[in-house]
Write a protein that binds this ligand. Sequence first.
Ligand SMILES: Cc1cc2nc3c(=O)[nH]c(=O)nc-3n(C[C@H](O)[C@H](O)[C@H](O)COP(=O)(O)OP(=O)(O)OC[C@H]3O[C@@H](n4cnc5c(N)ncnc54)[C@H](O)[C@@H]3O)c2cc1C
Length: 313
Amino acid sequence: MTMIDPNKPLSQEPPTFDAVVVGGSHAGMSAALQLARACRTVLVIDHGQPRNQRATKAHGWLGWDGVAPARILEVSRQQLLTYERVQWSTDEVLEASGSLETGFLLRCASGKPYHAKRLILAHGVVDQLPDLPGLAERWGETVLHCPYCHGYEIRGTDIGLLVAPRKEAVDQVKALSQWGNITAVHAGELSGADLEELSAELRTIGVNLEENALIGMTGKATLNFADGRGRDVAALFVHPHTRLASDLSTQLGCAIEDAGCITTDSAKQTTVPGVFACGDAARFAGNIALAVGEGALAGVAAHRSLLGLLADD
Ligand SMILES: Cc1cc2nc3c(=O)[nH]c(=O)nc-3n(C[C@H](O)[C@H](O)[C@H](O)COP(=O)(O)OP(=O)(O)OC[C@H]3O[C@@H](n4cnc5c(N)ncnc54)[C@H](O)[C@@H]3O)c2cc1C
């Protein structure tokens, strides 16, 4: 991460926007669009790392099903930037401070500062994959996490599932069985007794748990096991550890849910008045349609807040 010099004085008064949106992907652009259409000045700051950038196609969003994620964002951005009061900055926001009363001050990796009357956090999350060789390179291609996004394309095939070392393993297997023939695998964290218990439970629903630990992936989607065997599958489903892509919400004092996403009310306002959050950052169930919908809610709420019409302002 780029560092900024906190002692460097601001050379001039930063430009002030009605709203600054941190993150210019599905949620952020959707929020910005509502504010633009309300004739407000909006700055979108984005550093170009949307969560699904490794996927070649996005699915499950009506009207855009099967379209490349980069293409969806390109069209969205073209439409947004036709509004004369929208500005775009390719940059990373590193610091945020302030309040509804004082306005919010942002500092970017480039050193540029901005003032915002309202702030919308749409910076998404980052996924940390299980630390096994070959998984990261295949992420979004044959290493997947969401069957609703990618399951239909590999329906009826052999599918691997790296079970999480927790109680939901059986439920995970049952859900994924809708799409294909499941081989459950583990990465060696389960104790011998847990392994036996899970194996017995899975047998009752007709699913085999590989006894040997998965040690990596090669080829298109070959699972490699500790005993030297390999097994070809159409894809391996995993449960990445997901965390917020930025700590701006904690810098601002926003409450965070136990699950790790930013707490918001039904208008997508965080616990800090004037700060809104939407998309994956405010809901860990990653889905483009939900991100766009919540972005629209946040954009409208930020506008109503500017007008003093939002409850709790
Ligand atoms: C491999 C994969 C495939 C997926 N496939 C599908 C699918 O087929 N269908 C579907 O509905 N969903 C899919 N998803 C989920 C989908 O990608 C997310 O739900 C969606 O991208 C969330 O949108 P967002 O705007 O909240 O966040 P993101 O799209 O992740 O965008 C966040 C943006 O904020 C920017 N950002 C972050 N921090 C900062 C900062 N400090 N300063 C400036 N900018 C910042 C990032 O660069 C990024 O552009 C997939 C996810 C993954 C991981």
